[in-house]
Design a protein around this ligand. Sequence first.
Ligand SMILES: NC(=O)c1ccc[n+]([C@@H]2O[C@H](COP(=O)([O-])OP(=O)(O)OC[C@H]3O[C@@H](n4cnc5c(N)ncnc54)[C@H](O)[C@@H]3O)[C@@H](O)[C@H]2O)c1
Ligand SMILES: O=C(O)C(=O)C[C@]1(C(=O)O)C=C[C@@H](O)C=C1
Length: 291
Amino acid sequence: MVSKTPRRLAILGVGLMGGSFALALRQVAPHMHIAGYDRDEVNLAAARQLGVIDLGSVDLASVVREADMVLMAVPVGQMPELFELMAPHLNPVAVVTDVGSTKTSLVEAARKYLGPAVARFVPGHPIAGAELSGVRAAQEGLFQGRTVVLTPLEETLPHPLAWVQSCWELCGARVECQTVARHDEIFGVVSHLPHLLSFALVYEIAQRPDAATLFRFAASGFRDFTRIAGSNPEMWRDISLANRDVLKVELVRYRDQLDQLMAWLDTADGAALEDFMQKARTARRQWQEGS
Ligand SMILES: NC(=O)c1ccc[n+]([C@@H]2O[C@H](COP(=O)([O-])OP(=O)(O)OC[C@H]3O[C@@H](n4cnc5c(N)ncnc54)[C@H](O)[C@@H]3O)[C@@H](O)[C@H]2O)c1
Ligand SMILES: O=C(O)C(=O)C[C@]1(C(=O)O)C=C[C@@H](O)C=C1
């Protein structure tokens, strides 16, 4: 029987998500040893000073060697290289998991680089976050009451899956399993597409000669629509590329909806506009009441 929390946890990428996982687990396991690996030494020093990790290093091998659980929390484009670099140094019983926002490319990389350790890889995605980055943005309550999606593979053994699930539950989250493909389709629609649209709107306005005036008058509607355009470009570049097949389909669907809107404006079809807005408002309100 394995203890419910790791004895030695390694966090690869001690930013918003990695730091929040460490802080949440510390609440229930104050004596757990947490080692952090990050390419940013200033961030690592802050993580150490904030008590998020016990030890910080830019040497991946030394961080993973003794860990019984490894959580990968770097942008998804960085994960394949980390799988390759850490594989030879993993403890033979270590469970590996991640918080990446897309799953297909990660799973391909895990199969390519982890060898037999892929049976102890549990892909994960907490559906919680913010437009902020770095360990200073980490919060111990980030996962409280939120969903974490796990996408176990055919190879995933039951014991690592159960263990990762119980760690997320200790962080206050509820866990749901999905297939890798369905995960990427769902989050392509409800997370990745809205981020691209928000970046696109702010970018387009910012290119105009009168952008300063326009932004001066932008108020709460603009703030609500564009909060997520303040998110980390590296993270969203990687998500967009990793899920580009889904995103291309979704952008076409959205463009079709914009074309429809244009047609209603051309013909000044107020009834169609109001009907469409009414249906959207009802759906938004039902979603908010249920969430
Ligand atoms: N931010 C969110 O809302 C959110 C939500 C769910 C999942 N995620 C996923 O979580 C992961 C981390 O996101 P975050 O918001 O915590 O980002 P973050 O920028 O706050 O933290 C990432 C950390 O990884 C480090 N890093 C990046 N590349 C590295 C490398 N090659 N080697 C070592 N360290 C490296 C960075 O220095 C940084 O400290 C991403 O895969 C993202 O898709 C983010
Ligand atoms: O709240 C935010 O700022 C987020 O972007 C969080 C959010 C999302 O809801 O789309 C972003 C990416 C994730 O993988 C999960 C959650």
